[in-house]
Unconditional design. Structure first.
Length: 131
């Protein structure tokens, strides 16, 4: 890549959306910049960490409500705006032999690709800017 991703969002599943949002708002003085309800079965909130470049997102899966545990909806989301950088990233993924995986939330498959790190944590590479 010619330059690093311009925005980073860490997305985690939660069983207590209101509680976790309140916790991070208080602890980090994070601002809620977006919320969604029943988007393909998911509710959620996106918090800014003092900059539009860094976000925390928390999602609640209505069909599979769960206590906190690692899930396939715990994601590190990287936004790649530049088309040349996107092509470079696709080539790097191929050269590393990294398979893409279907995302638990269909939104991500429609807007990029999901891969896994060596620990099985998922990374979404979103093609384009957040807004």
């Amino acid at each position: 890549m010619r330059k690093p991703p311009q925005q980073i969002r860490l997305a985690w599943a939660t069983a207590d959306l209101r509680g976790v949002v309140a916790f991070y708002r208080e602890l980090l003085d994070a601002a809620v910049i977006a919320e969604f309800n029943d988007h393909s079965g998911f509710d959620g909130a996106i918090l800014s960490l003092g900059s539009d470049a860094y976000h925390l997102e928390f999602t609640y899966d209505r069909a599979n409500a769960q206590r906190f545990r690692r899930s396939h909806d715990d994601l590190l989301v990287l936004y790649v705006e530049d088309e040349g950088d996107w092509r470079d990233l696709e080539q790097r993924i191929a050269a590393m032999g990294l398979p893409t995986v279907a995302s638990a939330n269909p939104w991500w498959d429609a807007h990029g690709v999901t891969i896994e790190d060596p620990d099985g944590r998922r990374i979404v590479l979103n093609r384009g800017a957040w807004r």
